[in-house]
Ligand binder design. Structure first.
Ligand code: GAP
Length: 444
């Protein structure tokens, strides 16, 4: 929702950069696109994979008490009855009879007036379910209806005991998954912020009721720390929204909000969901999904604390927060003509971490060999076309934190010049120390 930090010009610049440099573009564009669906190009998919890997590393690989899962997108449809999605996962929508625009009622500043044309001739608000429908099997009838998952957490709940038994985990422990989710959003908008197909990264932490609030506090701290220290989100660009109106089953909920180009928006939710999910799936499956605590010799329904973040929103937030136009710097590097567009992305998630640039095409053989060596350890790119200044600009625009120039002196001193994207300082580094140097700088 647009507010005091809305910056439509920045959004236009980001959309244009994304298209021009192959981060994100409309799905099936040759057919005019498809509203709410976006494709990630070469740099976008690299960056997406990097964020995904970082999240997985932080949430699963570095923890003994979180396991991974990769479940199907389509599953037994009763899951969505149990979760409440089929009955309640809906928004109120209204159509403007005058300009034909469709609106979500909760997003209209005045629900009686069309925000598009100002007309008051609106249809009666009606419920619109967001679940995406499909059919499984050869017959397209009601018996064969299935649903594309609207969130990745539901399969985690139903697989809880399979994971627990397979891994011999005891409570408390968590299960995490990254994957696609689908919602038939009435008004997809703000670029990838509200899409109809998107990726979620969710972790459900199962514990007993007594320790639920403590774990909720713990995960809240962990996630805030992750955004500050790993994704480098500045203090003043992130805030915590505390839910006062909670779902009937929930005990506590906060959202981590960040400044998107259109204003503040939700990036992640950290919710204490109580025993709701596991109880519902017990009821609807007819299976007892409670947990037996061997030490206490008692059985109880696990309490769940959830961390849930959208991958697409993470990418959009990073692009918006780290986009910069630097006029002074262009002169410093002898490029007087243009604005230096630079993405100050955190090196851990920059699509390209190191670019190798030969001073002259004559140095191709050595420079390319160096690039192949570097490419084994960092996301790298080799570029020999255009002046060095132009090549720096190309890398700045996609957020490459380090450019390594192989020059004629390199043939004699076995050293290269490393140029820092943010300070534009250059340092001469021996080729044998280069990997160590870059690892330290990138924070690997
Ligand atoms: N399991 C809880 C859940 O799904 P949610 O708030 O509906 O909660 C969690 O979604 C996160 O998923 C959001 O914070 C957001 O980052 C992302 N998300 C939700 N709907 C989205 C959409 N239509 N497009 C892109 N990302 C979305």
């Amino acid at each position: 929702m647009a507010d005091e930090v809305s910056n439509p010009e920045l959004m236009d610049k980001i959309v244009s950069l994304c298209k021009r440099r192959g981060f994100v573009f409309p799905s099936s564009e040759v057919y005019g696109g498809f509203n709410g669906f976006w494709d990630y190009g070469p740099y976008g998919s690299r960056m997406k994979r990097a964020v995904e890997n970082l999240w997985w590393h932080e949430m699963v690989e570095t923890r003994d008490n979180v396991e991974g899962l990769d479940s199907t997108i389509i599953a037994n449809p009763t899951i969505w009855k149990a979760s409440g999605h089929l009955d309640r996962f809906s928004d109120l929508m209204t159509d403007c009879k005058h300009c034909k625009a469709r609106h979500r009622v909760d997003q209209m500043p005045d629900p009686k007036v069309c925000p598009n044309c100002g007309s008051t001739d609106l249809t009666e608000p009606r419920e619109f379910n967001l679940m995406m429908k499909t059919y499984v099997g050869p017959v397209f009838d009601d018996e064969h209806v299935a649903w594309l998952r609207a969130e990745t957490c539901q399969p985690i709940f139903v697989d809880f005991h399979s994971v627990r038994v397979a891994t011999r985990q005891k409570l408390p422990f968590g299960i995490a998954q990254i994957g696609k989710a689908f919602r038939n959003e009435i008004t997809p908008r703000n670029f990838t912020f509200r899409s109809r197909e998107f990726t979620q990264m969710e972790m459900e932490f199962f514990c007993d009721e007594k320790s639920g609030m403590e774990w909720w506090e713990y995960w809240k701290e962990q996630r805030i720390k992750y955004y500050r220290e790993k994704l480098m989100i500045p203090e003043d660009s992130m805030r915590i929204y505390v839910h006062e109106k909670l779902a009937h089953y929930a005990k506590a909920a906060v959202d981590i909000e960040v400044k998107f180009p259109f204003g503040w928006g939700e990036l992640e939710g950290i919710h204490h969901r109580g025993v709701w999910d596991m109880s519902q799936h017990s009821k609807f499956s007819g299976q007892d999904l409670s947990y037996f605590d061997q030490d206490a010799r008692e059985s109880f329904m696990p309490t769940v604390v959830e961390t849930s973040v959208g991958l697409d929103r993470t990418i959009l937030a990073l692009l918006g927060l780290f986009y910069d136009e630097d006029r002074a710097a262009t002169q410093k590097e002898g490029m007087e003509d243009d604005v230096r567009v630079v993405l100050h992305l955190p090196p851990l998630v920059a699509p390209i971490q190191v670019a190798v640039l030969p001073q002259s095409k004559k140095l191709k053989e050595n420079a390319y060999a160096l690039y192949k060596d570097i490419d084994r350890h960092f996301r790298s790119e080799y570029d020999e076309t255009g002046s060095i200044g132009k090549r720096y600009r190309r890398q700045d625009e996609i957020g490459t934190p380090y450019c390594v120039t192989f020059d004629f002196d390199s043939l004699n001193d076995n050293a290269v010049t490393v140029r820092d994207r943010d300070t534009m300082q250059q340092e001469r580094i021996g080729v044998t120390q280069l990997r160590d140097y870059l690892e330290k700088k990138i924070g690997i």
